[in-house]
Design a protein around this ligand. Structure first.
Ligand code: SAM
Length: 292
């Protein structure tokens, strides 16, 4: 646990809110603990927890403040809510671009985006066990070391309304569940690279590329698709990238690339970059694909 982090509070950045009445009503929150998820970078964390994913994350509550007592009776619940701090974000935006669906910004209060005026996250997680001050938790969407402010029981009778409308998210779900519009092919170089990564390094992101590109290959910031100045497009996929072209309704993945340039991969402090060894080996094998 970082004590510097513990001392930090979650108050807003000056640009975050303007109070009308001159009275600034604020609340200083202190984390009750920090979660261990092993996900060092944001793209490794899920957008929302997915049930059935085999994961065990550990929330360690702080010692010396009777939190073990506060956890009494919690073990009987299947799920708990975590209320937590998007502590890796600095700013907020009134309009945000959700990762799913068409490239269209939505009001932040109509989304679960991390870029909020009060950077608070809420996640219902499966409770696997309670050991002293440690909560063993199932799948969640928090990165390693995220400060947690509160734990509350998930009570289906209060918290679940499966028939409730979900606005633009229902519309996006309908689009996502429609048959894909684009056919995705791999050119021979991309095919060879994918096979090499699969066999030599057990890295395979081709299914994810298929899924994303067959639905909508148009540029999109949070889906990490952009037009390349040199022609064609690229998409970021975890720690990797792929270049592709689009002709009518056919997407051709032309090559794979590492997401990180060599100078980062060999720099001290970057040891935890996902697939680092595989990326270094890839750059030795295909040095011409190195990103700037
Ligand atoms: C879309 S948000 C949803 C969070 C929460 N379930 C909610 O609805 O409030 C989940 C994303 O937040 C990001 N994230 C996770 N932990 C974070 C942290 N400590 N600081 C900033 N961003 C974080 C990750 O990119 C993750 O995919």
């Amino acid at each position: 646990m970082s004590s510097a982090l513990h001392r930090k509070n979650a108050s807003l950045r000056p640009q975050a809110l303007v109070h009308g009445g001159g009275v600034s009503d604020s609340l200083t929150l202190t984390p009750i603990g920090f979660i261990r998820t092993g996900k060092q970078v944001k793209f490794q964390a899920r957008h929302q927890p997915v049930d059935g994913a085999e994961e065990c994350n550990v929330l360690e509550l702080l010692p010396g403040v009777n939190f073990d007592q506060a956890l009494q009776d919690v073990a009987g619940f299947d799920r708990v809510w975590l209320l937590w701090w998007f502590h890796r974000n600095e700013t907020w935006r009134p309009l945000v671009l959700p990762p799913r669906g068409p490239s269209r910004r939505r009001g932040v209060f109509a989304t679960r985006s991390p870029h909020r005026p009060n950077p608070l996250g809420m996640t219902p997680v499966r409770l696997l066990g309670v050991e002293g001050r440690r909560l063993l938790l199932g799948a969640c969407d928090l990165v390693e070391g995220t400060p947690v402010f509160d734990v509350k029981p998930y009570v289906p009778a209060y918290d679940a309304f499966p028939e409730a409308k979900a606005g633009w998210i229902d519309e996006v779900d309908a689009l996502v569940n429609a048959p894909p519009r684009f056919t995705v092919n791999f050119a021979s170089l991309a095919e060879e690279q994918a096979e090499w990564l699969r066999v030599e390094h057990q890295v395979d992101f081709t299914a994810r590329l298929q899924e994303l590109l067959s639905r909508d290959p148009t540029p999109h910031r949070t889906r990490r698709i952009r037009k390349r100045p040199s022609g064609g497009f690229e998409i970021g996929c975890g720690a990797w990238r792929a270049t592709f072209t689009v002709t009518a309704e056919i997407v051709t993945v032309t090559a794979l690339e590492t997401g990180y340039p060599l100078r980062f991969l060999i720099r001290e402090g970057y040891e935890a970059v996902p697939d680092r060894e595989a990326q270094l080996a890839f750059l030795t094998r295909w040095p011409e694909t190195a990103p700037e």
